[in-house]
Design a binder for this molecule. Structure first.
Ligand SMILES: Cc1ncc(COP(=O)(O)O)c(C=O)c1O
Length: 360
């Protein structure tokens, strides 16, 4: 069959490239901000149950899991939608509230998949730089009547929280859907979910992939007004969360709350020690409210390659436009490094030391 017989892809797909993370095996993976403290015990137990090898479909909209999440987030079941990772929920929300040709505006730099999801749903993207003080430029964000506004707090990749007052201003003034991505909220302890009863346009998106240690199960969720949630659910479609994922995640939420908070506290402590160790070496990590640290570095790519050769994966980023002296001095290059337990932190610092000694 000749190439000319191939069906035409949607025009909006031009420029959308499949995500290809480097997955060559390493002994310590600090590249994707998942938990380095393992999987909650109740989830492991549920995954081992043979009855899960069911020939039946799971519940179409994951009622039991939504109940567990509603208890965790102290909202009603009707205020929760789940999906196959928060990626799935973000995609569904953008499709539900953005017509092709509408604008999705977001404070940039941020989670790289969001502009991709916007393009995949034929929306136009307005990437709005942060202000000189590092806050969101609310006027610029709302100029052009965006159908969807996306803010991430704590933000990936900067690690910094967005002030609550700023989010409140955006929620008050935005003409369409306001998505606040709280993928890392357990590490900051701050949420705007309490604004949901006061706003029918606010969607708070979260995940079990980070603090809860369940990235492989692909479970994400969002909280919002019941009518808003119904629309996201329609857009997402039925049977999205697999039965083993639903069972294991629901069990973890009910039984492993103390496990999760214990490991979040360990991550926060490790993050502070790591930031201090970096500062002692003359690097200037951005203040983080998350489980990762952004370290501006002109030769970030070379550093990440050297560290990878030592068996540790960290993420090199380029082209960051963020109003921070160290980011500017490094020409927008930086390392994004997840925090892990002490032994992993020490191994990474040793690899960084040996790389920087080789550069001297
Ligand atoms: C800010 C943010 N949102 C959403 C996600 C997607 O998470 P998941 O699809 O695993 O729930 C990530 C993953 O890195 C993220 O950093």
């Amino acid at each position: 069959m000749s190439a000319s017989n191939r069906p035409r892809t949607r025009a909006a797909f031009e420029g959308v490239v499949a995500y290809k993370p480097d997955r060559t095996p390493v002994s310590i993976d600090l590249s994707d901000n998942t938990s380095r403290w393992g999987t909650p015990p109740a989830a492991i137990r549920e995954l081992g149950r043979v009855e899960l090898l069911s020939s039946r479909y799971p519940d179409a909209y994951s009622e039991a899991l939504r109940e567990s999440l509603a208890n965790y987030a102290t909202v009603g079941v009707k205020n929760v939608v789940v999906g196959a990772g928060s990626d799935n929920v973000l995609d569904a929300a953008i499709r539900a509230f953005g017509e092709p040709g509408d604008v999705l505006a977001y404070a940039s730099p941020s989670f790289h998949m969001v502009p991709m999801f916007a393009r995949m749903n034929a929306l136009r993207v307005n990437a709005v730089p942060f202000t000189a003080s590092g806050d969101v430029d609310v006027d610029a964000l709302l100029a052009g009547n965006p159908a969807v506004v996306y803010l991430c707090s704590p933000n990936n990749p900067t690690g910094m929280s967005i002030p609550r007052g700023t989010i409140e201003r955006v929620v008050e003034r935005a003409p369409g859907l306001v998505v606040i991505d709280e993928a890392y909220f357990e590490f900051s302890g701050a949420t705007v979910a309490d604004l949901i009863p006061h706003s029918s346009r606010l969607l708070v998106v979260r995940t079990l992939s980070k603090a809860w240690g369940l990235a492989g199960l692909r479970v994400g969720y969002a909280l919002g007004d019941a009518a808003l949630i119904r629309e996201v659910e329609k857009s997402r479609g039925p049977y999205t969360v697999a039965l083993p994922s639903e069972r294991a995640a629901a069990a973890a939420l009910v039984e492993d709350g103390a496990w999760m908070t214990h490991h979040v506290a360990a991550a926060v402590e490790s993050r502070e020690q790591f930031a201090q160790a970096l500062a002692e070496r003359g690097w200037e990590p951005l203040p983080s409210a998350s489980n990762f640290v952004l370290v501006p570095m002109a030769n970030a790519r070379a550093c990440a390659s050297a560290v990878r050769a030592a068996g540790i994966a960290i993420r090199a980023l380029a082209g960051l436009d963020f109003p921070n002296g160290a980011v500017r001095a490094a020409n927008g290059n930086a390392l994004r490094i997840s925090v892990g337990p002490e032994a992993e932190r020490r191994a990474l610092l040793a690899a960084l030391d040996s790389w920087s000694a080789s550069c001297a």
